[in-house]
Design a protein around this ligand. Sequence first.
Ligand code: A3P
Length: 287
Amino acid sequence: MMEEELYTVYKGVYVVSSMHTPESLKYFEEFAFRPDDIIIVTYPKSGTHWMQEIVPLIMSGGDPAPVDTIVNWKRVPWLELQQTASLELEQRPSPRLLTTHFQYNMMPPSFFEVKPKVIYVTRNPKDVFTSSFHHHEAASFLVDPGPQTQFLHKFLDGKVLFGSWFDHVKSWLNAADEEHIMHISYEQMIMDLKDSVGNMAQFLQKPLDHEAIEKIADRCLFKNMKKNNMSNLSTVPRELMDQTKSEFLRKGIVGDWKNQLTPADAAYFDAVYKDKMKDVKHTFAWD
Ligand code: A3P
């Protein structure tokens, strides 16, 4: 289906009309954060679900019960999603684990007052694009991506779900000085998951011994997480997400864009990237 049928523009970015309803966006805007909330923030396809496995395991000290028994969208709910209001987050004990795909400047007033902890994950945008292209083929609530080059232009113009990757990443990087925000990349997690888990645990002030870190990292390896029915989206009806077209936990690697983009697509991507990121000082894992 086309954008106009599936999406609504909210504060300049596309959201899914059926999932990000006016009521759920109002709920997001009025959400009362607590200082000890922990929020996973990502541009879609950057490793959100992976973090929804890692962070609960860190907070449980490695006890697998939360990730074995609670489906990801209830375990670390998206604040902007329609069903979240019914989860009674107000009643949840601290620290609450939350997720959002919104840009920094779109966060509600209470976020800036209370400054809860944020872990922001970046991923090479060419891999984000590749993952997104396949995801759009499987998910009926997203637009039909059409031919790859056409979708690539939309992606680079920010005419996709949750807007421009460039605006998203820049918005959260500009908040980099904030002590309550930790930045980590998908590539770092692939390179050394144990080290990444240890760093996140430290940021979250959750002391973990070596054994617990090893256990969490092993549990969160792609091949192991893929078996977890509470995390691999196997409970999502096929009408919404047809995983025979593309599995949700699809490849879980760095650099798959090399198998996906034509040389012309990659060259165009690089040129746009260079221009849009020229004022960004940060060194990324893929630079
Ligand atoms: P691919 O499509 O490249 O495989 P999100 O959760 O933000 O939508 O991101 C989905 C991407 O994260 C998918 O990328 C998915 O396979 C990858 N992913 C999920 N769990 C992972 C894990 N344990 N290890 C590595 N990658 C993972």
